[in-house]
Design a protein around this ligand. Structure first.
Ligand SMILES: [Zn+2]
Length: 63
């Protein structure tokens, strides 16, 4: 085995809630919940996946 931490790619996922659940997808890890708090993004400590918060109604909803 010669697999050192060379996974450089960070996947970026847009979400509309500040609380997301991540289970690693392809790599797979125990399901964890990530809270963004005041931040607008959070990185999963297991798979380095980046979750970025976007406004739910950024898809035009003029009132
Ligand atoms: Zn993850």
């Amino acid at each position: 085995m010669g697999v050192n931490a060379q996974m450089k790619f960070q996947e970026k996922v847009e979400v509309t809630t500040k609380r997301v659940a991540c289970d690693g997808g392809v790599l797979g890890h125990p399901k964890v919940y990530l809270e963004m708090g005041n931040m607008s993004e959070v990185t999963c400590p297991y798979c380095s996946c980046r979750y970025v918060f976007v406004e739910p109604d950024s898809v035009s909803k003029e009132i």
